[in-house]
Design a protein around this ligand. Structure first.
Ligand code: ADP
Ligand code: MG
Length: 486
């Protein structure tokens, strides 16, 4: 029988929850309900995660890693070195997962299956890296789900509703907006869109305001050349930002000689972050547009992520969507993790206890494609290679799409590529090739202009299958790519 674990592996904090045999559903914690996603490489060779690592920022910040999640999309090309060993983002994330799991195992016993959440916009590399980090942390059967879907899934269980919900997740470094249709136990994603800004950018704005006054009063910049000073400073600016939720003015003592207090007003802070309100509005409007919905089609707005505590953003959402109230019944820091543990149970139905299966019924989850997928083709009019989109973002899968192209010369080899992009574009600068192969030995004496049929499909397990078929010879080649390595 199963204990199902959900882990929100966050940029700033990570949270673990368990959905247990008896139907109990809770955050499992060691000392705190959340673990700072901070990793410290100690000179003795120990790896410390969490509060100790945060403290180490003060003294030995060169050996501390923060915000590794942002590097996951570059897992294949980025490493950090400590004491002669190299670590990939996947390795560092695995330390965070391991710490959470060890802490939870003290209470729950051996953990083998868990669901880890990822941002909806994560590319293939980041998805794979997250899954591998979980394997390295000792989870033998990891599954992956996107953060907004996890949040929606949990929300759907706290309230019996039928309607459209905006899941608005503003965390440390990203805004993730998803619109979902909730019908009782069933959750269907209608579309997602995001941007890469969040709490850290607001901290930087606070830092800018502090520095401006420092410059005016002392004639010099706050010491920000040193990475360590910058990291220390960022802890201070972050706490100052949080106090402004409830106060009109807050003060801070910058580090360095000749300390004197600097006061920052809520009004100044809010005008500094106004640009992000505008960005948020554009994201929401574009997303609604993409899925042909109007603002008043949205029945509820569910807040997720620490930065949604900012009063300015709450007001913005009310104004933007014409709502009197936002959903604040579920803790913004915990909803994603709680949803992930529910998903873990749904993904491993056979291990559910009787209580759990009664509780979950036949809860279903329908998701949409998170990127555009296409293939590189030569465009005669533009006289250059372009991206030809085969599958649109936000389409519900399973799906299949076929298009016919024509050979450009009497070549016997045809290059076949699969591209992925976050935007709808023909420009290959904005696409990433996620797979390629070639269709070879096409019969001789060919002329240009012979038809090639290309079919892209995504099945219910999110496996992308791309086939390239030469009509004349009947030869074909198929590329398979798992878009969601669950
Ligand atoms: P992530 O999912 O990216 O790890 P979280 O959802 O944990 O992020 O949110 C972390 C961000 O929320 C941090 O930038 C933090 O400063 C911000 N935050 C947390 N509490 C508050 C608050 N009361 N007011 C403003 N920002 C807050
Ligand atoms: Mg988050």
């Amino acid at each position: 029988m199963g204990t199902f674990i959900g882990i929100d592996l966050g940029t700033t904090f990570s949270v673990l929850s368990a959905y247990q045999d008896d139907g109990k559903h809770e955050i499992i914690y060691d000392k705190e309900r959340f673990l700072p996603s901070v990793v410290f490489f100690d000179p003795s060779g120990e790896v410390e995660v969490g509060a100790i690592a945060v403290q180490a920022l003060e003294l030995d910040s060169d050996n501390v890693v923060t915000q590794i999640k942002k590097k996951m999309p570059q897992n294949d090309s980025f490493t950090l070195d400590f004491y002669g060993s190299s670590y990939s983002p996947e390795d560092i994330s695995s330390f965070i997962l391991m710490k959470l799991i060890k802490g939870a195992e003290k209470k729950l016993g051996k953990i083998e299956q868990a669901t880890i959440t990822i941002p909806a916009f994560y590319n293939d590399i980041a998805r794979e890296a997250t899954k591998n980090a979980a394997l390295k942390a000792g989870i033998t059967n990891p599954t992956i789900i996107s953060e907004p879907v996890a949040a929606a899934l949990y929300y759907s269980r706290t309230k019996n509703m039928n309607g459209k919900v905006l899941i608005y997740d503003l965390g440390g470094g990203t805004l993730d907006c998803s619109i979902v249709q909730i019908d009782g136990d069933n959750v269907e994603v209608l579309g997602t869109k995001g941007d890469s800004f969040g709490g850290t950018d607001f901290d930087n704005k606070v830092y800018g305001l502090i520095n401006k006054q420092h410059l005016e009063q002392k004639g010099s910049n706050i010491d920000s050349d040193l990475d360590s000073a910058a990291k220390r400073q960022s802890q201070k600016t972050e706490s100052l930002k949080k106090t402004l939720d409830e106060r009109d003015v807050s003060s801070v003592f910058p580090s360095g000689e000749g300390r004197f207090p600097i006061e920052i007003s809520k009004t100044d802070f809010e005008s500094e972050i106004q640009e992000y309100i505008l960005k948020s509005e554009i994201i929401i409007e574009t997303l609604l547009d993409e899925i042909n919905l109007a603002k008043n089609d949205i029945d509820e707005v569910v807040l997720v992520g620490g930065s949604t505590r900012l009063p300015l953003f709450q007001q913005h959402l009310k104004d933007c969507l014409g709502k009197q109230e936002l959903v604040t019944t579920v803790n913004v820091d915990e909803i994603v993790s709680l949803g992930a543990s529910i998903y873990c149970a749904i993904a491993n139905r056979d291990d559910q206890s009787a209580t759990q299966s009664e509780d979950l019924g036949d809860a279903k989850l329908a998701d949409v494609v998170n990127h555009y997928y296409g293939t590189e083709v030569f465009d005669k009019n533009q006289n250059q290679m372009i991206n030809s989109i085969m599958i649109n973002k936000n389409e519900k899968y399973p799906l299949t799409f076929t298009d016919q192209f024509y050979t450009m010369s009497d070549t016997t080899t045809l290059n076949c590529t699969v591209t992925q992009s976050e935007i709808k574009t023909e420009d290959l600068k904005f696409t990433e090739i996620i797979a390629k192969t070639s269709l070879e030995d096409l019969s001789g004496e060919r002329q240009e202009g012979l038809p090639i049929d290309i079919t892209f499909s995504i099945d219910e397990n999110m496996i992308l299958v791309c086939s390239y078929k030469d009509e004349l010879s009947g030869k074909d080649i198929v590329i398979e790519k798992n878009l969601n390595p669950r």
